[in-house]
Design a binder for this molecule. Structure first.
Ligand code: SF4
Length: 382
């Protein structure tokens, strides 16, 4: 670790392990949890039901043998590893799970889970891929259906007051995360890429109030000890489902540091807050439908996404971007194509990786990153 901090240690442990001790302690004390997919599930609605939303992932999976019977080889490995963990009863602690139409691969987790005796899913949301007045009305109906299903499943009433409290809780977490990212804008930075990714991943893997407490302590530890890392090359990471610390370790070599990201659980999760004014349900709808940085699956938002990438390059003084796509993921194939064209026009360094969900071929990734960092150093004349 770059700094001495018990809070950082605890956050890394939570971020690296979806079944972490913080979550298990909460469950032992009677707390309820609900699995969800990033990035478009409106977490505040689950929180307003008195339930902790937990991002479903297969970070700890050691294989896909059991899941192979349910999926074709063309299915991405995030889905197969995650479902393998479900079949291995690792997610039995959940009290429920909601899914949405992220992509055709991910929705099969929902379909297949429903066939199992210990199925945890209780609702599937259809989230429009386009932004228009018509699709916004449809989205509003879908949000209402999610609220009704969540109320029924957990036997609670989701009132406006509870929604307002949930917005405040999640916004507080976003403010603190943003404070950490702001520290990363300085010439010397406070966290390396692995630490940063795990701190952010912890935010979707444990009770949010406890998470904010740990973030507050971490920020005060960081400020007290000052920035410890002087990056020779400042990298930005972007990609889908990179939630394994082993992967980020591979990206930082020869003085290159991932100082920021364009991750759904990173800057995209905290850059914009939900309005705390007016009707809380409308504020949630506005945020997830319109205001939150666009997800890669949303049609017609590519210009907005690329403009945001430019802004991140400027804000964090980025020298090069590393992007990864999981084998078989078509959404990120398109995103990499768009980024490549956009960045080539600016002659901005980009390394595109195609990787397994749980990193394999480490030597090859390491060699490619090494060559990339050298080329960025040449460009900078260092
Ligand atoms: S990696 Fe791509 S294909 Fe797999 S679940 Fe994510 S978006 Fe879908």
């Amino acid at each position: 670790m770059t700094i001495q901090s018990q809070a950082l240690k605890a956050l890394i442990e939570v971020g690296s392990n979806p079944y972490n001790a913080e979550l298990q302690n909460f469950i032992r004390k009677g707390g309820k949890t609900c699995g969800f997919l990033f990035q478009e599930t409106p977490e505040e609605i689950i929180t307003a039901a008195g339930v902790v939303p937990v991002y479903i992932r297969g970070t700890k999976s050691e294989g896909t043998e059991m899941a192979e019977a349910y999926f074709r080889q063309l299915t991405c490995n995030y889905v197969r590893n995650t479902f393998n963990e479900i079949l291995d009863d690792k997610w039995d602690f959940l009290d429920g799970a909601v899914f949405y139409n992220l992509c055709d691969h991910a929705r099969r987790i929902f379909d297949n889970w429903q066939t199992l005796p210990d199925n945890k899913t209780y609702h599937f949301m259809y989230i429009p891929k386009k932004r228009s007045d018509l699709s916004k009305d449809f989205y509003r109906q879908e949000i209402k259906k999610l609220i009704e299903a969540t109320e029924k499943h957990f036997g609670v009433e989701i009132t406006k007051e509870k929604l307002s409290e949930a917005i405040k809780l999640h916004n507080e977490m976003r403010r603190l995360q943003k404070e950490i990212y702001d520290l990363q804008k300085e010439e010397k930075v406070y966290l390396d890429g692995t630490e940063l990714a795990m701190v952010m991943m912890a935010g979707v893997s444990m009770p949010r109030d406890k998470y904010s407490d740990l973030l507050r302590t971490l920020i005060s530890d960081l400020k007290a000890q000052g920035p410890q890392i002087e990056p020779k090359v400042r990298l930005l990471y972007t990609g889908g489902h990179a939630d394994n610390p082993k992967f980020f370790d591979l990206l930082e070599q020869q003085g290159a540091v991932v100082v920021a990201d364009n991750d759904s659980f990173g800057t995209r999760a905290c850059d914009v807050l939900v309005s705390e004014e007016g009707d809380p349900l409308e504020a949630i709808i506005e945020y997830y439908y319109q205001q939150k940085p666009a997800a890669t699956r949303q049609f017609g938002t590519h210009e907005e996404r690329l403009a945001r990438l430019d802004q991140l390059i400027e804000n964090y003084r980025i020298d090069g971007i590393i992007s990864s796509r999981l084998f078989m993921c078509d959404i990120w194939a398109f995103e990499q194509f768009l980024m490549r064209n956009h960045l080539q026009k600016k002659n901005f360094p980009l390394l595109e990786l195609e990787v397994d969900y749980n990193p394999e071929g480490e030597g090859q990734i390491r060699t490619r990153v090494q060559a990339f960092v050298e080329s960025v150093c040449d460009k900078k004349n260092i």
